[in-house]
Design a protein around this ligand. Structure first.
Ligand code: PBG
Length: 342
């Protein structure tokens, strides 16, 4: 005889709240919406170009005209902002990343076109030298070192040029010390006090950036640049709070934790400690990992994607940068959250 038959019935039954979709919906603590998403897009030279990226299935490099088309789609789906990442021709790269401050550069031309075509869409410009340096570092690299203060001066000028081109938000992603303060001062002195700063305040020296670097960089050095003298040690969390404190003091409006899924604890601590707008970046390697898992039949792509993005909301993120933003917004529009897996 099975012993279960003699058990006392439980007096508390949490399952009552899970018995049907209507009650699960009613008591759900967190939701994912198109309004939470930021879509990162790679822009490249040319016209009519939509070039797929082997390392990031489903993601393309777009020429400016195509970028405008997709930006309109994003806006129509309720996505509030996009982040633009330019693919720089090898011939324009040098040791100092000189092209980063050129107002006629690809990112700035993309911003101008977008500001005109989709004026209500938030435009985020990535501020770092790595797309422009021949060595792939985020700063000036001399005698085996990435030089902080020299880099910061260039970054502040780069931010200024990007803001003037039409970016509403500049997002320093380099992890140099003092760059948020220098950028705020440069913007304010140029009467660009409305330009927002989204600081990549907590950016780890992560293995998960591999596909991004191959999407942007040359085959020669893809994925291999050691950024541990400026990006954070994955072992540290207390240090993340200190980084955020400094960036807020220096004038950051929003702060980011990156990568996302392996650092949910850090997102939660940053949010609880500072109570400021906190952005999570589902980076290229996270996206690629989910795709590979789905392609191998380990799980359903859409379900795994939605679950991982919801995790960011649960951890306290206000906004999420994801390469899947458009497709997620489409799923949400067709009622994914309330009908799927009912
Ligand atoms: C560069 C930058 C990186 C990413 C965004 N901006 C890569 C790096 O630091 O090497 C990574 C994004 C991703 O992996 O999706 N400043």
């Amino acid at each position: 005889m099975r012993s279960a038959a003699r058990m006392m019935p439980p007096s508390k039954r949490p399952r009552r709240l899970r018995q049907a979709q209507w009650i699960r919906t009613l008591v759900r603590e967190h939701t994912l919406a198109a309004e939470d998403l930021i879509w990162p897009i790679f822009v490249t030279e040319g016209r009519g170009v939509r070039e797929s990226i082997a390392a990031l299935p489903g993601v393309s490099r777009l020429s400016i005209d195509q970028l405008v088309v997709d930006a309109k789609r994003a806006q129509a789906l309720g996505i509030p902002a996009i982040a633009v990442f330019p693919v720089t021709a090898e011939a324009l790269k040098d040791d100092l990343g000189t092209h980063a401050t050129d107002p006629s550069g690809l990112a700035c031309r993309a911003a101008s076109a977008l500001a005109e075509a989709v004026p209500a869409l938030g435009l985020i410009g990535d501020i770092a030298l790595d797309p422009y340096t021949s060595h792939g570092h985020d700063g000036v690299f001399r005698d085996g070192e990435v030089l902080n203060d020299e880099t910061v001066g260039i970054l502040a000028e780069m931010a200024l040029v990007h803001a003037r081109a039409g970016f509403n938000v500049v997002a320093p992603s380099d992890m140099m010390d003092g760059r948020v303060g220098a950028t705020r001062a440069a913007l304010d002195a140029a009467e660009l006090e409305r330009t927002l700063i989204l600081s990549y305040a907590v950016k780890y020296a992560s293995a998960f950036y591999g596909p991004f670097r191959s999407a942007l960089g040359s085959a020669r050095r893809q994925g291999s640049v050691d950024k541990r003298t400026y990006q954070m040690d994955p072992a540290n969390a207390r240090e993340a709070l200190r980084e955020v404190a400094l960036d807020l003091e220096e004038g950051a409006d929003l702060v980011m934790v990156k990568p996302g899924l392996p650092y949910l604890d850090v997102i939660r601590q940053v949010k609880d400690t500072w109570q400021v707008p906190t952005v999570a970046y589902q980076v290229s390697g996270e996206y690629a990992m989910l795709r590979a898992g789905a392609d191998a039949g380990a799980f359903a792509w859409t379900d795994a994607l939605m679950e991982s993005l919801l995790a960011f909301k649960r951890a306290g993120a206000d906004a999420i940068i994801t390469y899947a933003a458009l497709e997620v917004a489409e799923h949400l529009r067709s009622g994914y959250a309330t009908t799927a897996r009912a």
